[in-house]
Design a protein around this ligand. Structure first.
Ligand code: FPP
Length: 234
């Protein structure tokens, strides 16, 4: 596989945790637990395969609608993994949180803000974690910032460009999104990186996220490479 055929930035929709647990007659949080372990492994696989950046959909703006038990389970998982995420930051990994974390408990908020800050000069790999994230909310937030700049007279609305808006998205300092992988058989974006995915390739897979392996990642990257080859020529 030539380097140019490796996607620089992959988005992962970690779907199917609940079904994976149900198949085992276990509570849904058992699936999220396993899903979080796969999240960690996937970061390493991406690095080994030469990918530069991976963004994971961990909690959407819609996920608050889940039963309180399940939300609490995911939050506890996040607390546990924060320690791991901190360890990753030591391996030259930059952590970028996408989403409005003001809704989270203070301990989580403080930790995440600190991890983002202390890892910001790392260049080996970028891990994006989407938490209380929604693509529409992200674009709306950027629009508000631009409108405030218009009101203050800093810019004129006629001068607003796509590039200016893009600079206000959580992904501003990430490479362009090349590939979105969604396991579990669902074939939709579910409000994940909707602006950024405008030119991305999509690979939908039947495997449930907790069963996702390095082989599955390689399969998706191969698919991506094949499509790029077809569309790359004149
Ligand atoms: C979707 O599967 C998954 C989620 C809503 C949560 C994903 C969260 C994790 C894997 C934990 C992440 C933790 C860290 C530390 C980043 P689903 O529950 O919708 O599955 P289903 O469609 O089978 O019900």
């Amino acid at each position: 596989m030539g380097d140019t055929l490796i996607p620089q930035h992959i988005g992962f929709i970690m779907d199917g945790n609940g079904r994976w647990a149900k198949k085992r007659l276990m509570p849904r949080n058992f699936g999220h637990n396993q899903g979080a372990a796969v999240f960690k492994k996937t970061i390493n696989w991406c690095r080994e395969l030469g990918v530069k950046c991976a963004t994971f959909y961990a909690f959407s703006t819609e996920n608050w609608k889940r039963p309180p038990d399940e939300v609490k389970g995911i939050m506890d998982l996040l607390r546990r993994y924060i320690k791991d995420i901190r360890e990753s930051a030591k391996e030259d990994i930059r952590i970028i949180i996408l989403g409005d974390i003001s809704a989270f408990d203070e301990d989580i908020r403080v930790e995440l803000t600190d991890i983002m800050e202390t890892s910001k000069d790392n260049t080996g790999f970028i891990v994006g974690i989407a938490l209380n994230y929604g693509g529409r909310a992200e674009i709306c937030r950027a629009a508000k910032i631009l409108s405030e700049r218009c009101v203050s007279g800093e810019i004129s609305s006629a001068d607003i460009t796509e590039d200016m808006l893009e600079q206000l998205l959580y992904t501003a300092e990430m490479p362009p999104l090349d590939l979105v992988i969604r396991p579990s058989g669902e074939q939709r974006l579910s409000n994940f990186l909707i602006w950024q995915a405008a030119y991305a390739e999509f690979v939908f897979m039947d495997v449930l996220w907790p069963d996702f392996t390095k082989k599955d990642l390689e399969y998706a990257i191969n698919e991506y490479a094949g499509r790029s080859r077809r569309f790359g020529g004149i």
